[in-house]
Write a protein that binds this ligand. Sequence first.
Ligand code: G3I
Length: 424
Amino acid sequence: MIKKILLILIIFSVCLPNTFLGAQEHFDTDSIPSLKTLAEARGKYIGTAVDIRSLKYDPECSQVLADQFNVITPANALKFDATEPGRNIFSFKDADAILNFATIHNMKMRGHTLVWYLQIPSWLAKGKHSKEDLKEILHNHIKSVVGRYKGKIYSWDVVNEAFQSNGTLRRNVWLNNIGAEYIELAFRWAHEADPNALLFYNEDGIEMRNKKSDAVYELIKKLKAKGVPIDGIGFEGHFDLAPEGTMKNMAANIKRFAELGLETDFTEVDVTLAENILRKKFYKIIPNGKNILDALIQKKILLDISLTKVRLRYHINNIENAVRNIAGEDFDKVWAILKQSYINSPTINKEKKLEKQAKIFNDVCTVCLNNPSCKIIIFWGFTDKHSWLRRFHNDDAPLILDQQYHPKPAYYKIIKAFQNKESN
Ligand code: G3I
């Protein structure tokens, strides 16, 4: 009998993770107000993306989420592949669960995303669609998804990442079969489905003035002039430790979008510690570089883009042909980059990296705080434990809390930015 009681006691104590000590144990809630309290005091919202699995299976994640944030973006639950796995066959289980959590905790919810080139279901990606057929598919998808959450999801990333870094429209199933008008149609259909929802164009890599942000600016300006219902721009804010420009550049670039009458929010902020020299080269040197890099990773040809080397799956017969099939006319440039199997990157120590990271988070908050058209800052996750970036580098630490939910320098910089009344 004694043995049995002892055994039960041991099991209970082992299963009592620090989650029962809870996030309070990590947060000094006596002297530091929550992020959402500080944001509200400055007339802003602060939110985070969340994956359904973290919400369901990590109690500390849901506790910190409820305590610290007042906006939530489902990282995947509202994407095409999740919501319409079969043609006109919808599934909202995960999105409903996240909306339910948001409702219970009095949080706003952003819808992400209706039209993108990734995470589309195979029936759509592999199907042969005429222009009219694909327009019907897209119209029905938007009407069904936005209509279901009418009045409950306050804003939508209607179109996501339609441009390439060189300022041309990204080739995708929508552009190839409908043409560039798919963007305007998507906004008009989303507005029909919920006239009160704020409709955003969301893009990566447009925080600074560059070919891509110029192209997005010109398109949105043209569409707004035609009366297309676009309310905001989502500057994703996926930074690394060497952003393209300064805080001043970022503020000036965002200001011109604000002058179009748009809300200008940061929608997916994280700051990778990995100095992705390879990634930057792909994006900079190769017009279709992001797609090619994604494809090399998704087809597991490129196994890792680590700081010091490119790991290719050499045991594929004739790796060169496998890369050629993906890279097409860009093969020579791609192969030249990939052949650099050792990329010497400036290795700086972790503390220095965390300081640089904290400065970038501070800059984002400062630009938002100093800009009336910026209402919301959304982090693409808040603990390194659940960051999407760790699939590229398992030791990456791109967010404001570490894997044990301990605040990092970035967290304290953000607190200071929100508490500091003068422009930071
Ligand atoms: O759901 C399946 C699961 O059933 C399966 O077992 C597993 C096996 O790999 O895959 C799961 O799907 C993964 C999905 O995330 C849900 O976790 C996909 O493989 C994975 O590719 C997908 O990654 C998402 C990524 O977009 C896709 O490009 C990340 O979670 C998500 O954070 C990320 O978010 C994007 C934004 O939507 C747009 N802006 C860029 C941002 C980062 O890429």
